[in-house]
Ligand binder design. Structure first.
Ligand code: 26V
Length: 811
């Protein structure tokens, strides 16, 4: 499909006329955005129809990626890019005197995710489509995404994220494909001709209505589907006439209680437990998704015996684990299959990714909560547990300890990770070290029992959004230097290595970086009225605020640097701008206090005239996919300083690297694999290793007070939290002081402090040698192809899902 400039322009103007009855002169910016987006959508939709047709006919296996989160960001820019329309569109809009960036910014971010896990799902969808792979997403159409963060007086305040306020041009509501999801009630068991039958009675019915979003591949004809489910009251159950007068309020209450299911994305804090609504969300989308998959399967095939040859179901963390008992229920209660056949199909269809070893984050549901909300599902889980424990008994007779450690139901809870491992054929971690820790520590018992299920799939990011789209200047420079092959084969970025020491290439790279820094500086000036020096080191930590990610370690380094400069105003340091961004879960006090601390420190340092602007600190409000696209290209230093063993992979680390920033980090998650690629000379590694950390946890031997008492810098900094050095009206920072010292610093902030500061000093010196620094940047870009999600998805496709490309022809 080739579209001419004239044609594009004509269609755009027609859109304005047909949609709004306006000429270009009359149209508002939002009209222009809507017209442009719907034009692009029309092109995509044609390919969508063709893709669905070929998938239906081809008989190839398809994968469904079930995830409670898809952090898509804005879609206009990435759709233009994947449809090869970016240049054309720019030209046409320029002729019409429209700034495409301004138009793009009018779209709300689809912020249907917390952080890495949700963004990973979005990158995977992009890679699936771009690699011609038949793979679709299944999730919830939250009316409100992750809250919008405002900073008020230094504190985080949460506002609702009403991303659908102006409608969503990319989605198509499909009421004819709605399905019913049942909650509560009881199960009637009958014996029909010697066979037990199970009938769900007295349940509350919820209508699941799908909204489909097209996922266009890059420069191909593939358009896959992201299906997001919305909860509605079934018409028959919400018919005012059927309620007597007195029940009017009941009817309204019922409607709201149903709609609540897809109302809002839960922020990831530690207080899921007993949140029945969260469990409802999980079952709601899993049941709806599976019912629609089975319905489509039955249109294509007569027998279920080939189900797992045609369909793969992937569960993103434990959130969709109820897919296991739900598929069992559908196969047995609705399709009349026996347990053994149903179990075989289920455990050959479902695969599971684990995303954290943090025990607080491992989901479990109280038995009673699950049983009363999902009585039939509970019965099935109970049976899965019985059979599993019997198997365990056969292998480990008498080993009650082990059996109760591994049981799916134990201590009054249903343990979702256990259910996920037992009910799937593949369990993967998201970076080599994470998978190793899963096998050797967190899931050791399961690895002993099912060694063949465990495998690693290191995360990746789509280089299309995170380089091609986010950093057009760098992309052009790369293409001018090594040609365009890297766009389809990201590992070709390695050809840049030849230019690592090439001074004219370095000069160009330096120019690109400076321009990107200047764009970010402008944003910071406009938004916060703060001047920052674009020649200073842009030292950036953007990610969710969590104790284990150790924003506090970063803050303490800044405090120490500031103390040194105050003591010696002539101290020779490279000017630095420390940039933070990230949201704290609303119920996570320490994380929210960390934000307040950063902002307080920023106001002290930024207003101190005596330090001659050598240090600046900025907290970027409301970190999001769109903001991230501005930040990575402008960064010099990537802060990846989690306590070793705690960050399963990280994906921000890869986005920085791809944009030429140099990492300062611990040997944790994918940092290790980044180090293995770029080599020790092109990364700054410091701190405890994962094994050292795990040893401290197992055997003790760390006392935070020892460091407070022996390192005067640490003592000074911690005292500054409580002695009035920081304006601290509410006396709150003492809680950080107490947390670190009286709670023995569970994430080893103080223990790693000295190594971190030494390494930062090394980095400071290295930055002064411009050419050496640029060489490091080139090495990072050149090796980043390894972290394209195209590679990751290829490994999932071959190693787990067994799916093959389906090449879609032009309509
Ligand atoms: C949730 C919670 C909630 C309770 C408090 C502690 C805690 C810690 C972590 C989490 C997040 C769990 C799942 C998750 O988002 N994992 C992230 O997945 C990314 C994609 O694989 C990966 O890059 C990140 O390292 C991992 O943290």
């Amino acid at each position: 499909m080739t579209i001419s400039k004239e044609n594009f322009k004509k269609t755009f103007l027609e859109k304005l006329a047909t949609m709004y009855g306006k000429s270009i002169e009359e149209a508002s910016d939002i009209d222009k955005y809507m017209a442009l987006a719907s034009l692009v959508r029309d092109y995509i939709n044609k390919k969508w129809v063709q893709t669905n047709k070929q998938y239906m006919e081809s008989g190839e296996k398809e994968v469904y990626y079930f995830s409670l989160e898809f952090l898509l960001g804005k879609l206009l820019g990435s759709n233009l890019l994947n449809m090869q329309l970016t240049e054309l569109c720019k030209e046409v809009l320029a002729e019409l005197n429209i700034d495409i960036n301004e138009i793009e910014n009018l779209e709300s971010d689809a912020g249907l995710g917390n952080g890495g896990l949700g963004r990973l799902a979005a990158c995977f969808l992009d890679s699936l489509a771009s690699l011609h792979l038949p793979g679709h997403g299944c999730g919830i159409r939250y009316k409100y995404g992750l809250f919008e963060q405002k900073i008020v007086d230094g504190y985080q305040v949460e506002l609702p994220d009403n991303w659908l306020r102006d409608g969503n041009v990319w989605e198509i509501r499909k009421p004819d494909k709605a399905v019913e999801v049942k909650f509560g009630g009881n199960v009637k068991v009958d014996n029909v001709d010697g066979r037990l039958t199970f009938t769900h009675e007295n349940y509350e019915s919820v209508l699941a209505v799908p909204y489909d979003i097209p996922i266009a591949g890059y420069n191909n004809n593939t358009v896959n589907t992201l299906r997001l489910w919305s909860a509605e009251a079934a018409k028959k159950d919400f018919d005012f006439s059927s309620f007597s007068r007195g029940d009017y309020m009941k009817a309204v209450e019922y409607k709201y209680s149903v709609e609540a299911i897809s109302q809002v994305l839960y922020p990831d804090d530690s207080y899921y437990e007993n949140r029945v609504l969260r469990l409802k969300q999980q079952y709601f989308f899993v049941s709806a998704g599976l019912q629609s998959i089975v319905r489509r399967y039955k249109k294509k095939y007569k027998s279920f015996s080939h189900f797992s040859d045609k369909i793969a179901i992937h569960i993103n963390d434990t959130h969709p684990t109820l897919a296991i008992p739900e598929l069992m229920r559908i196969l047995m209660d609705e399709e009349g299959m026996g347990w053994d056949d149903a179990w075989k199909i289920t455990t050959n269809a479902i695969s599971y990714t684990n995303h954290t070893i943090m025990s607080e984050a491992l989901e479990k549901w109280p038995i009673e909560t699950l049983r009363s909300l999902l009585p039939r599902i509970y019965m099935i889980i109970h049976e899965i547990n019985e059979r599993f424990c019997r198997e365990l008994w056969n292998k480990y007779p008498g080993d009650w300890d082990r059996i109760s450690r591994m049981a799916v139901i134990a201590d009054g809870y249903v343990k979702m990770a256990h259910l996920a491992v037992v009910g799937s054929y593949s369990v993967n971690g998201v970076a080599k070290i994470h998978t190793r820790i899963l096998k050797q520590e967190v899931m050791k018992d399961f690895h002993d029992f099912y060694p063949y299920k465990f495998n690693n799939k290191t995360n990746g990011i789509t280089h299309r959004r995170w380089l091609l789209k986010a950093n057009p200047l760098l992309s052009s420079l790369i293409t001018d230097t090594i040609g365009p092959s890297w766009i389809n084969h990201p590992w070709d970025l390695i050809n840049l290595i030849k230019y690592a020491d090439n001074s004219s290439f370095q000069d160009e790279l330096a120019k690109v970086k400076l321009q990107n820094k200047s764009s970010l500086a402008k944003l910071i000036k406009d938004k916060y009225n703060l001047d920052i020096d674009i020649h200073s080191i842009f030292d950036v930590q953007v990610k969710r605020i969590h104790a284990y990610k150790r924003q506090l370690l970063n803050v303490f380094h800044i405090m120490d640097l500031y103390n040194r400069v105050r003591e010696n105003p002539y101290l020779d340091i490279t000017p630095r701008t420390f940039i933070f961004g990230g949201k704290a879960a609303p119920g996570y006090y320490l994380a929210k206090l960390t934000i307040k601390l950063i902002n307080t420190l920023a106001s002290v340092i930024n207003n101190d005239k005596t330090i001659q602007d050598k240090i600046k600190v900025v907290f970027l409000e409301n970190y999001s996919v769109s903001l991230a696209e501005m930040v990575f290209p402008a960064s010099d230093v990537s802060e990846q300083i989690s306590t070793a063993s705690k960050e399963a992979s990280g994906t921000g680390n890869m986005k920085f690297m791809m944009n030429g920033a140099v990492t300062i980090g611990t040997l944790d998650g994918a940092n290790i694999e980044i180090k293995d690629e770029v080599g020790n000379d092109n990364i700054f590694i410091f701190g405890l290793t994962a094994d050292e950390v795990l040893n401290f946890y197992h055997y003790g031997g760390y006392n935070a007070w020892d460091i407070y008492n022996s390192d005067s810098r640490v003592k000074t900094i911690l005292n500054q939290l409580i002695n009035g050095f920081l304006p601290n009206a509410n006396d709150e920072f003492k809680n950080i002081f107490n947390y670190l010292l009286y709670n023995n610093d569970e994430f080893f902030v103080l223990k790693d402090f000295s190594a971190y500061v030494d390494t930062q000093n090394r980095l400071d010196h290295r930055f002064r040698n411009k050419s050496k620094w640029l060489t490091m940047g080139v090495h990072n870009i050149a090796h980043s192809g390894k972290f394209s999600s195209d590679g990751t998805i290829n490994e999932y496709a071959v190693g787990i899902w067994k799916i093959k490309p389906v090449f879609i022809s032009e309509e």
